[in-house]
Design a protein around this ligand. Structure first.
Ligand code: PAF
Length: 299
């Protein structure tokens, strides 16, 4: 297992692997790895000869006043966890290595896809994500890259970027990993107080109720207005919650819907603040009962 802190060090490692004609899976992360990240590394290991994991808290995806400085970091733990999950190399560059002085090129998916949901309150967030992911793809040159469904909007946008730019990378999106109480795993969960954490379980409960109702077949069960009300009602009664959004959109395009179509998946997505911590969660809703996906999906 190797650690590369510079592009040159990674190149050296990568060239050796090229010579052996091995396939490379890539898991980009901002570190503070939890079981969600480890499931991505394991999925990458199952499909590739080698796995690279990047640990880089990307400054360009944080807005002014957001939590860039306080984003949790623990390199030693991350390195050990990545090795145990099957990573062959960890790329941990500095901000100067990724954005050298004078760098001013950004990669942006334009249009509503990036300005709704989290894009509405975090205006340049997705531009920062697509920029860093493109830079990392150029450095790592993976055959396949793995992202979590937890960041559902990010996954849709990255798939779009890869298609639009004809990038030679297969993108795989893997299911959300939840704690026993249903809370979706996130590096930011450590900021929740015990009371906030208990109330944060309402996100999963609301989404679960909407999912069950959507597939129940009863009159009105596919109506987006009713389904969003179900989710809101579950979350809004938690006194420490402040809802940023509850929306149900087409799962592939993020277009607005009034009804869930019988033959297309919809994405129910929520963002809720508990104190200074902003949590996101989502579920795929479909008119036919499916439950939460167990397998990763690739394009
Ligand atoms: O999902 C994340 O952790 C980040 O947005 C990513 C994809 C690593 C880019 O910084």
């Amino acid at each position: 297992m190797s650690m590369a802190r510079t592009i040159r060090e990674f190149e050296r490692w990568r060239l050796e692997q090229d010579a052996k004609h091995k396939t490379l899976g890539f898991v980009p992360t901002m570190g503070y790895l939890h079981r969600g990240h480890l499931s991505l590394i394991q999925a990458a290991k199952a499909e590739n000869d080698l796995v690279a994991v990047s640990i880089f808290v990307n400054p360009t995806q944080f807005g002014p006043g957001e939590d860039y400085e306080r984003y949790p970091r623990d390199l030693q733990h991350d390195y050990e966890a990545a090795v145990a999950a099957g990573a062959d190399v960890v790329f941990h560059p500095s901000a100067e290595e990724i954005y050298p002085s004078g760098a001013s090129t950004m990669v942006e998916v334009t249009g509503k896809m990036t300005t709704k949901l989290c894009g509405a309150s975090r205006p340049n967030h997705f531009r920062g994500v697509t920029t860093v992911v493109s830079i990392l793809f150029n450095i790592i040159r993976p055959d396949r890259a793995y992202f979590g469904q937890k960041d559902a909007q990010q996954a849709v946008i990255i798939r779009k970027m890869v298609r639009d730019l004809h990038l030679p990378v297969q993108v795989t999106v893997c299911p959300i990993i939840r704690d026993e109480d249903g809370l979706a795993l996130s590096s930011r969960n450590i900021f929740l107080t015990p009371q906030e954490r208990a109330q944060a379980r309402s996100l999963n409960r609301g989404l679960q109720k909407a999912m069950e109702y959507a597939s129940s077949g009863v009159d009105g069960s596919r109506k987006v207005s009713i389904l969003t009300k179900i989710i809101r009602a579950e979350i809004a009664c938690q006194p420490l919650s402040a809802i940023d959004y509850v929306e149900i959109l087409d799962a592939e395009t993020l277009d607005e819907l009034t009804e869930i179509a019988p033959d297309r998946d919809a994405l129910a997505a929520v963002a809720v603040r508990f104190g200074s911590t902003r949590l996101i969660d989502s579920r795929i809703l479909s008119a036919a009962p499916k439950g939460e996906p167990l397998l990763c999906t690739s394009i």
